[in-house]
Design a protein around this ligand. Structure first.
Ligand SMILES: C[S@@+](CC[C@H](N)C(=O)[O-])C[C@H]1O[C@@H](n2cnc3c(N)ncnc32)[C@H](O)[C@@H]1O
Length: 235
């Protein structure tokens, strides 16, 4: 296992947690990963999420340029890219990594990164657009808005913040809207009723740039306050 010409000791950033990572857990809570889901953990490190996801009945696979380089990469409905971007010291490689993960995701890409508010936990010298620690590991700590904007810019789609430092980018915008709507009403029976289904369908047909019309439709479905929250998420 080589260091692949990296400018920092990235393999050292892969830790053992003894359970599912926070972003993987969030994706389970949000119903993006369910028992039976096919999940690819891109940059899986020591593979703990893969094992935990297999344990909960997912078809999980992991690839990592250091720990699991020989796994064949194939498109997968759910792709995890967790705490990888922040350890890559080369901005062009960082971007290519995100692009590659997005190409591999056929339904949703889940991206997480360490955040600027952890700055006090990371000591090191300034290096490029981040910090180089005494162990020769690199960290580019993201602002929450910076991470979402970066994912949107590279993928070309609107992304959502599931929680600070955890971003979902959906291949199909209907899935993003459903996710946002479900955040408001956890019980998704409403999606099954005829009038609400057609209203949501109308919303999706409406150009998303026409927020006023769309907000009226969502308001009819969810009520004005909830619609305002949905549209705050869309902006
Ligand atoms: C902080 S660890 C995260 C591991 C795992 N995703 C997790 O959350 O536990 C960062 C991992 O990114 C991998 N990595 C480094 N450069 C990469 C690249 N260009 N593409 C994909 N993974 C990369 C490293 O080998 C390392 O295992």
């Amino acid at each position: 296992m080589g260091q692949r010409g990296w400018g920092s000791d990235r393999r050292l950033t892969a830790i053992s947690r003894g359970g599912l990572s926070v972003p993987a857990r969030q994706a389970v809570v949000d119903g993006q990963i369910l028992p039976g889901s096919a999940v690819l953990d891109y940059g899986c490190g020591r593979g703990e999420d893969v094992r935990a996801l297999e344990h909960m009945g997912c078809e999980a696979a992991g690839w990592d340029p250091f720990y699991q380089p020989d796994v064949r990469l194939e498109p997968c409905p759910v792709v995890l890219l967790t705490y990888v971007l922040n350890v890559i010291e080369d901005p062009s490689e960082r971007r290519r990594t995100l692009q590659r993960a997005w190409e591999l995701a056929s339904t949703v890409l889940i991206v997480s990164a360490r955040l600027t508010w952890e700055r006090s936990k990371v000591s090191g010298e300034e290096f490029g657009d981040g910090l180089l620690t005494r162990r020769n590991t690199f960290q580019h700590l993201y602002g929450t808005r910076e991470l979402r904007t970066y994912v949107e810019e590279v993928t070309g789609v609107r992304a959502v913040s599931a929680s600070p430092g955890i971003i979902y980018a959906f291949k199909d915008d209907t899935a993003r809207l459903s996710y946002l709507a479900r955040r408001i009403i956890a019980d998704d029976h409403w999606l099954a009723s005829d009038d609400r289904t057609s209203a949501i369908a109308a919303l999706v047909r409406v150009s998303l740039r026409d927020h006023t019309t769309a907000q009226v439709i969502v308001g009819a479905i969810l009520g004005g306050t909830a619609a305002a929250v949905v549209f705050a998420g869309l902006r």
